[in-house]
Design a protein around this ligand. Structure first.
Ligand SMILES: [Fe+2]
Length: 128
């Protein structure tokens, strides 16, 4: 089963894909079945470097990657930050080397939010 808002990656090419819709079957690219990336949790690392930290002020939601900013260098950086509600992606920001490892979103309902981010070297990390 391919599920919407999950993140899949090709081991051979590094291509990352997140489908908008769900469906039966598997997800492949060039004959290679893509693997679903598992989210790593704060328990694995504490809150030092990869864990997204959410701060809510009114309807403004700031997500920072790491209590200490994660590096944003050419060979090691955060590729995207997503905001999720009930396991659905409600907002996303793409990031590039040189950017701050942070995203600011304006949302109508700030309840039950969580965030996740993807480091090009260390994988997918969740705020929970
Ligand atoms: Fe990293």
């Amino acid at each position: 089963m391919v599920e919407a808002d999950k993140i899949y990656k090709s081991r051979s090419t590094g291509v990352i894909i997140s489908p908008i819709g769900s469906g039966e079957g598997t997800f492949s690219l060039g004959g290679e079945e893509l693997e679903e990336l598992r989210e790593l949790s704060p328990e694995l690392e504490g809150k030092e470097k990869h864990v997204p930290i959410i701060k809510v002020e009114g309807n403004r939601v700031t997500v920072n990657v790491g209590a200490i900013d994660h590096p944003m260098e050419e060979d090691h950086y955060i590729e995207f930050i997503q905001l999720l509600k009930n396991e659905k992606v409600v907002a996303e920001k793409r990031l590039y080397p040189g950017d701050k490892p942070r995203a600011i979103f304006i949302v109508d309902d700030t309840s039950d939010l969580r965030a996740r981010e993807f480091c090009n070297l260390h994988g997918l990390w969740s705020s929970e």
